[in-house]
Design a protein around this ligand. Sequence first.
Ligand code: C2O
Length: 568
Amino acid sequence: MGWLRCRSGIALQRHRFSVQKAATIRSPCVVFMEIYLLVLLQVSSCIISIVEGLPFPAPNLDNCLEFETCCTPILSIAKPTAPIKFKFQTYLPRRIRPAAHLVDDAYIAKYQRAVERMKALPDTDGRSFTNQWKLHCLYCDNHLYFENETHPYPLEIHKSWLFYPWHRLFVYFHERILARLIDDDTFALPFWNWDNQSPELPQGNVVPKVYAEKRSLYADCINTTSSLYDETRNPCALLPEGMVSFQNPESCPARANASEVRASNAHATFVQVVGVGVTPLLFHGGPYRLGDEGGGGSGAMEVVPHGTVHHWVNQKKMVSYRDSAADPIFFAHHANMDRLWEVWKTLPGGIRKDVSDPDYLNTEFTFYDENGGLVTVSVAQALQLDLLRYKYQEVANPWLANGAAPGNFNSEWKMCNSEINSRSQIAALIANTKPLQDPVNFTMGPLTFKVERNPNCSPEYGEEMLEVIAEVDNREPFAITAYAFHPEAWIGESFGCGEYLGNMGSAPHRGMSPTLRQGEFVMRIGIRRQLELIGMEHEASLVVTLTGSAENLKSILITGARVIYSKE
Ligand code: C2O
């Protein structure tokens, strides 16, 4: 208990994935802990697990700080009863969530009707469409908080390991409410298969008809405009042939570039899921426990493609944490994220498993269930897909197959550095590149440096990762792209390049703790798979180039970079 008391009064975070040290009052207890941690860190160069902090208990939705007018309607709801603990509804039929681009008009009509009824519910009902999107807002931007001896700790479900389970449960209850409203327990939400780059019709990586159709497809509709249509979407997303671009979310790729965009999207998906997210924490995101000032960093897919798909489809709503879930396509977007999480777990490697930390498993959330009552659910429950009784329609994941076998480099994923055609050119590039010495202000990216590897490190050491340490202003968004052996890479360099290693980044959240503003940020990405694909896995040094946009990078100081090996 002494340990916990000590923990609760301080803001020292020793995240294995992303460290944000907040400067708060240093009690003797804090100093002791810092020394203790330092000693632990000294005795081993490996990453050490220390379970500290606590799981988040189910939040009370009334403990809401008003930043963005998300609390009020929820507060005014006459809640029928105190929250009950969620029990698996094993009596439900098993639902198959269909690919959104493959559903027929009968399905569209049924789904439209369900959402129309949800939109017609009064705001005194927690199941109303408004309350649904406001619930997402509540869990974002630090609206909800927990009382503490010293100050309230806010809860934020992005940028940490809570990202996947929270969104899974949010989509789950949304689906159950819709099913209840049309009295059909077989109803399952569709998933937006934006990772499917096939040009065959109907395409997966455009806004599917179910959301693009303007008209209500059933006779007794209240409204002739489809409840799933949102006119605030970006112009490109409203075009029937408007294709998602993970790299340039504000662009409307011309037909002439279509195959390039497809290759870039496929490669980005492959790199983030297969290459970057090789361990539980790299895929899910950093640790985040009660008492932490913020989440430990985003997992492999949260920035790209998750964030860029949000941005591409709707800049009015989907680009803000507050309004995201007010566009119905949000739910299909997150169903696809949820599906890809399951796909990820089937990949070889042995350590692509869910996080097993008890603080993760025992964290709880509060939702409205299909009866309009409050229900509390644990992360451990969210992991039991079988008992939640839904799964996904099987679809091909060609981006996965293309790069699955070592050395099987897909020729569409071209090498972009034309200067390198031989081993002697690689050797010269390595010899001419300096390691990072002093901290570098990144405003003027691209930034090229070399880091040493241990290319023959045995698997017992864990997965190979590039770790970049930076001082950042957490109020500023940033996105950094990393390339290997490609010093000419520029801000617009394609994600389709073989040299593309992955993305790291952060988006600011309103209402965050003031102590979080300036902090150290540790970004990690798995790199071994990408190096194998381009035949560079045996080089003892890695030449890294980081690019990012100047506007976003004004507050970043890169203080270190290295290659590490870890199983976490
Ligand atoms: Cu809560 Cu896609 O975001």
